[in-house]
Design a protein around this ligand. Structure first.
Ligand code: GBH
Length: 443
């Protein structure tokens, strides 16, 4: 039974958008009914996923989407953020699945919010050069147009990319995610081509009639390990990578100082495409990061091995409780992040939406998740009171799911999945959120 003070959440604006998020590769399964992606190839390599699993079945959402939409309806959310699998969209009648899903959502009164890319690049496109290759940006825009043609009559809100920063860093610089490349700073073109893909897709979606387009980027405050100049300099550099490398080109139309020079060719024409005005800007928030000067040695951090040659070192944030994943719980850093965005970008900042926030904990009586969501929503509300224009909040995630290199051992869901029977069981946090939403004046 939920015990946290749901009714005591402060009142949010009536038209605030409440939702939950998932992504295709993490929940759909039915891998035999789509083309292969970089994640299928990556998870087939021994040692890449910590529990040795793959997402071939995952939550079997592909076959059980009606049950999952009923869970969304009963939860009472306004919107559902899911992703379209590009390799499924390329398969014979693969888009038929999203057609059925969107119909089911509309019938349940839940607004569909598709993300067009959540890291599962078709393997054929990877083999043709993937995100290191500029042509992938053009192919992405063409794919975006085919999705819009199929479901755009029922979709208002669109997301182009999920967390291009993490996809660059984890997938191409460090190799902890698919496609497993360890290019360090040579991964920078991957960032640029994703940004270009975003801008071209915005144009393609608008040409197809879409009107409400955003992107979901991961952000969190960077805290210097000390006030020493070398720690501050290293933290500033990390802050550029996480918080400005994508946001500055999107919002200001330019790269942070020193970045454009590292990219091949003249990117000024591309920057005009990349900074195509956004209707809103999505932020995935998990935690702040403490960063100091390099320590001259490899660092094991949060399941990653960070090479010694990086110009910064990431430190443990002591003095905070941690989630089941070991990530620190720091709700006040969400207020700091949102207020900081407003201060940095001023009137150029589009309306914000929290497109992901959540935590991994085990168990059905997940009081820690309730406390996490409650405290982060209060932190978000403080940002609203400070005048930051935040229009919505999406919990990561509706279901326990395939947590990338962690496999199934991290559970982020409001709904528990039994991976033997695929039975869905709402957790205490699901009931808590339902009551919290009922207590809000909405509509
Ligand atoms: C998101 O990425 C993804 O969009 C989603 O698919 C995924 O399932 C979800 O989050 C949960 O992981 O060691 O304390 O510094 C999140 C990106 C990158 C956020 C690593 C947390 C390190 C935590 N994450 N980061 S810490």
């Amino acid at each position: 039974a939920p015990t946290a003070p749901a009714a005591a959440l402060p009142p949010f604006p009536r038209d605030f958008l409440w939702g939950v998020s998932t992504s295709a590769h993490q929940i759909e399964g039915a891998a035999d009914q789509r083309g292969r992606s970089v994640w299928d190839a990556f998870t087939a390599e021994p040692g890449r996923v910590k529990d040795g699993t793959t997402a071939a079945v995952a939550c079997d959402h592909y076959h059980r989407y009606q049950e999952d939409v009923a869970l969304l309806r009963d939860l009472g959310v306004d919107a559902y953020r899911f992703s379209v699998s590009w390799p499924r969209a390329e398969s014979p009648d693969g888009l038929g699945f999203y057609d059925r899903l969107v119909d089911e959502l509309c019938a349940a009164g839940v607004r569909p919010v598709p993300t067009l890319f959540h890291w599962d690049l078709p393997l054929g496109i990877e083999e043709a050069g993937g995100w290191l290759h500029r042509g992938t940006a053009e192919r992405f825009a063409a794919y975006a147009a085919t999705v819009a043609d199929r479901i755009g009559d029922r979709v208002q809100k669109w997301i182009t990319l999920n967390e291009p920063a993490e996809h660059t860093l984890l997938g191409h610089a460090l190799g902890a995610h698919a496609p497993g490349k360890q290019l360090l700073f040579d991964a920078l073109p991957v960032a640029h081509h994703q940004l270009l893909a975003h801008g071209l897709a915005v144009r393609a979606l608008r040409a197809a009639g879409a009107r409400d387009i955003g992107i979901a980027n991961s952000h969190g405050p960077t805290w210097p390990a000390s006030q020493r100049p070398d720690d501050r300099e290293a933290a500033d550099f990390y802050d550029v990578l996480l918080n400005r490398l994508f946001a500055d080109p999107l919002i200001l139309g330019r790269y942070p100082d020193g970045i454009a020079e590292l990219l091949p060719g003249d990117v000024s024409a591309d920057l005009r495409i990349i900074s195509e005005p956004l209707d809103w800007y999505g932020i995935n928030y998990y935690q702040p990061t403490k960063v100091g000067a390099p320590q001259g040695a490899e660092i094991e951090f949060s399941g990653l091995t960070l090479p010694a040659e990086l110009p910064f070192s990431v430190r443990e944030l002591d003095d905070y409780p941690v989630t089941g994943f070991g990530w620190p719980v720091v709700p006040e850093a969400l207020t700091e992040l949102l207020v900081g965005f407003r201060e940095r970008y001023g009137d150029r900042l589009p309306p914000l939406v929290i497109t992901e926030n959540g935590c991994s904990y085990d168990g059905l009586d997940d009081q820690e998740r309730i406390a996490f969501l409650d405290s982060h929503l209060r932190a978000l509300h403080r940002a609203l009171e400070a005048g930051v224009d935040v229009r919505g909040y999406f919990v990561w995630s509706l279901l326990d799911n395939f947590e990338w290199a962690e496999g199934y051992r991290q559970r982020f869901g409001l709904v528990h999945i039994d991976y033997d029977t695929l039975e869905r069981t709402p957790k205490a946090s699901y009931a808590w959120l339902r009551e919290a939403l009922r207590a809000q004046a909405r509509g």
